[in-house]
Every structure is written in C-alpha cells, then in structure tokens.
Design a protein. Structure first.
Length: 142
C-alpha cells in the first residue's frame, strides 16, 4: 500500500513540475495608435519611374486575374526557371510549389498544357487534388 501511495505522489509531483515548466504565452502588448500627420504640400508631381520590362513568360502570376491562351500557357512549363501552370476546365492552376510537379512534370503529365482530359479521365485522383494548388486565372480561346 505504501508503495502505491509513493508512486502516486511521485507522479503528481512530476506532473506539477512539468506543468510548471511549460512556456507561458507572451503577454499582449499595446500597439501605439497611429499619429495623424499632415501630408506635405505637393509642389510638383514625382518623377515617373519606369518598371523594368519583364518578358511575358518570366512574369509569374500573382493573382486570379491572369488570362492566357494555350500558346501563352505553353511558356509556363516549369522548366528553365519558369513557373509550372496547368489548365483544367478553363481554369489555370499554379503547380510550381507542389513537390509532385518537380520540373513541370507529374506522373507523365507536363505543365504548360490544358490537362482537362488527362486529369479527368486518366488521373487516379481526378480533379480532387486541384484544391491543393493555387488557382490563378483562366484559359482563353483566341
């Protein structure tokens, strides 16, 4: 009986020590309110600077507003530093971040193409896995 009581006491002490050793979440700190300042009077318009020209194929899409033709889509094949895009049902997906699409290829499929038929009829997972990649735009017909 004493042995059971001793083991129980040791377990309680160990639990208390472990609970006491856990990290405490940092206390929230107050963020200073923004100070309103008066905008300087504009005497002349700032000089316009021209953004560096980017090649059509080298400019990766950053939002869902990209519209590409099949010919333009072909440039985004995941090779030579290009992003890897695929189209399915008229929607363009960026598969560049997927380890499964390394170098623009996955299970015999190649990026830069409309893979609607391949994904829907040949792929074992169908369109289900497209939820895991970023939708960036739509495929347009010329």
């Amino acid at each position: 009986m004493k042995k059971k009581l001793m083991i129980t006491a040791l377990l309680v002490v160990a639990a208390l020590v472990l609970v006491g050793c856990t990290q405490k979440a940092p206390e929230p700190t107050a963020t200073p309110a923004p100070v309103a300042t008066e905008a300087p009077a504009a005497t002349e318009a700032p000089a316009a600077t021209e953004a560096p020209a980017a090649t059509e194929a080298a400019a990766p899409a950053e939002e869902k507003g990209v519209e590409l033709t099949l010919e333009e889509l072909a440039k985004f094949n995941g090779k030579d530093g290009q992003p890897a895009y695929i189209a399915v049902d008229g929607v363009i997906y960026d598969v560049s971040e997927s380890a499964l699409w390394k170098d623009g290829a996955h299970n015999g499929f190649e990026a830069g193409k409309d893979l609607t038929t391949e994904i829907k009829e040949k792929s074992p997972h169908g369109v289900g896995k497209l939820a895991n990649v970023k939708e960036i735009g739509k495929l347009v017909t010329e």
